[in-house]
Design a protein around this ligand. Structure first.
Ligand code: SF4
Length: 419
């Protein structure tokens, strides 16, 4: 989709006839995962949460299975959901065996807390028999619990002395390499790996290093990133940097919040980088300034929520506060509204179609978006075919105070043309 060169990895697949097959790695576009926040053994609530996350666009959903009751709930949960499900296993390798027995689509093991070779082999053999992939996921947090951490960190840190927190990076990589030997010895390659850290720089450097050492698909994540307000920045800085370098085959953003935001933000990141085909409208909006003459922030939020509910075609919609800079910034939009003097003028594919009072802007804009969506679907119109263009000053008439501004040389008339 983009000119971005992606690092070539092996590919794993997960899912079944009911869920469809999701591919991770190789030439597959990066996928977005999330994890349920409720108890897995509460079947109805768990199913409802998984279905809500899948409807929001999650490609893969993970559930925690700390208790026997959780793995016992899996057959029922799997029967009522249509997205591949991963069982997240810590400490108790039996949970992995039970989840495999229940028909789970993938297992996640943490080398930091399941390290007994025989136990790992038992999980590998069960997964191999059923063609189920395993994610080997190390976390900075569970690695540094080791008793001999200080000595090992000092020793290993020397190998990555040029890196920020090279000792932690070395520990995670050493743990991964050690663990992967068990898989290699079993000739099991249906593996995806992750090495999550709480620190964005450490995450970037560790994944870069891992991508040189392994050809397994990489699951990206910054762990315990915090609330969405700050966690989104930390996650997108790290994951966006790696993805832009072609590293990363699936990702999970983790927030101390409703996991629906993890899905929304993960998808938006992939769309912004051109790594996935956008679903739904792309909203462009101005930040407003002293020229604003309508309540643009409210309007933008309302437009966003209505577009998310009603528009599936990836049209570009621009909501601009005025006619000064708006037209230039809205260039390329399929549909645009320029506000001014408590009114809004609406353009569809570069043609002015309406000039309405502020209170009618939202409904009229939506009406135009839906009509445009129909025209795109029927083949009458094409996305991105025509754009807004600016020509030298000329009165814009019905825009009220705009005429004065034009006379003062502050604004220019908007006209349209085919690009
Ligand atoms: S479009 Fe107009 S109101 Fe919005 S930021 Fe630009 S100049 Fe200010």
């Amino acid at each position: 989709m983009s000119g971005m060169q992606r690092r070539k990895t092996r590919q794993i697949t997960l899912g079944d006839q009911r869920t469809g097959i999701v591919r991770v790695g190789g030439d597959a576009p990066p996928t977005v995962q999330t994890m349920t926040s409720g108890y897995t053994y509460e079947i109805d609530a768990c199913v409802a949460e998984i279905n809500r996350l899948a409807a929001a666009g999650a490609d893969i959903v993970r559930v925690a299975v700390p208790k026997r009751a959780d793995t016992e709930a899996l057959p029922e949960i799997l029967a009522q959901t249509q997205v591949p499900i991963v069982a997240d296993v810590h400490f108790h390798y039996q949970r992995a065996l039970e989840a495999v027995e229940a028909g789970i689509h993938k297992i996640r093991l943490n080398p930091g807390n399941i390290s007994d070779r025989d136990q790992v082999n038992a999980v590998i053999d069960a997964c191999a028999e059923r063609g189920i992939p395993i994610r080997v996921g190390v976390n900075e947090g569970s690695i540094i619990e080791r008793k001999d951490k200080q000595r090992r960190m000092e020793e290993l840190g020397k190998f990555f002395a040029d890196h920020q927190q090279g000792h932690l990076m070395a520990l995670m990589i050493a743990k991964l390499e050690e663990y992967m030997e068990i898989f290699e010895a079993r000739d099991f390659h249906d593996v995806c790996i992750s090495a999550k850290s709480m620190d964005a720089r450490l995450a970037i450097e560790t994944y870069r290093e891992i991508s040189k050492r392994f050809d397994y698909p990489l699951h990206l994540g910054v762990t315990h990133a915090g609330p969405r307000e700050t966690g989104s920045i930390r996650s997108v800085v790290a994951l966006g940097t790696l993805l832009a370098e072609g590293i990363g085959d699936t990702l999970r953003i983790s927030y101390a919040s409703d996991p629906i935001y993890e899905v929304e933000d993960g998808l938006e990141m992939l769309w912004s980088l051109g790594l996935r085909e956008r679903k739904g409208a792309e909203l462009i909006a101005c930040p407003t300034c002293g020229r604003i003459q309508v309540d643009l922030f409210t309007l933008v939020q309302e437009v966003r929520s209505r577009l998310a509910d009603e528009v599936e075609v990836p049209m570009k919609v621009a909501v601009m506060g005025c006619v000064v800079n708006g037209p230039g910034e809205a260039e390329g939009a399929d549909i645009a509204i320029f506000a001014g003097d408590r009114r809004g003028i609406i353009y569809v594919q570069g043609e002015r179609v309406a000039n309405v009072p502020e209170e009618e802007i939202l409904d009229r804009l939506l009406q135009e978006c839906l009509a445009f969506q129909e025209r795109v679907r029927s083949g009458e119109a094409k996305l991105g075919e025509k754009s807004v263009e600016i020509v030298p000053p000329d009165p814009i008439g019905a825009l009220g105070s705009g005429a004065e501004r034009i006379a003062a040389g502050e604004v220019e008339q908007i006209t349209v043309g085919e690009s």
